[in-house]
Design a binder for this molecule. Structure first.
Ligand SMILES: [Zn+2]
Length: 129
């Protein structure tokens, strides 16, 4: 497990699985294999520095520049980290897949996530039932 990678249960695969090995769901999304807490931490620090610079009376470009740095850091890691396949239902992570193998997998979709996780609350069946 790498320090920068997504945290959680994970397995190495050589092909996109038809069903999740942990929960048998067939709904997956792809995302860069980058730990979310680091990304949130970078944005939090940049926001605090921006807020302090704004309070000190700097111009908009100066006080927004930490956010620009956070954007550059985010884009750098999104571009350089390999993609991982993640189960919508149980968040199990699948590593070892190439970009070509993940070409037909969509990126994370909050509406799809909500339909799976809040199906019971809305009284609707989840999409794969
Ligand atoms: Zn799963």
């Amino acid at each position: 497990m790498s320090l920068l990678g997504l945290s959680g249960s994970a397995s190495q695969v050589s092909a996109v699985p038809a069903k999740c090995e942990s929960c048998a769901s067939s709904a997956f999304y792809k995302q860069p294999d980058f730990r979310r807490s680091i990304g949130v931490g970078v944005v939090t620090v940049a926001s605090l520095v921006s807020f302090v610079l704004m309070g000190m009376g700097f111009g908009w470009f100066t006080f927004m520049s930490p956010m620009l740095v956070a954007l550059v850091v985010d884009r750098y890691f999104a571009h350089t980290r390999k993609l991982a396949l993640v189960c919508y239902n149980c968040s199990h992570i699948y590593r070892g897949l190439s970009e070509a193998q993940l070409e037909n997998i969509e990126a994370f979709d909050l509406e799809h996530y909500d339909r799976i996780h809040y199906a019971a609350r809305t009284g609707q069946a989840s999409p794969e039932d």
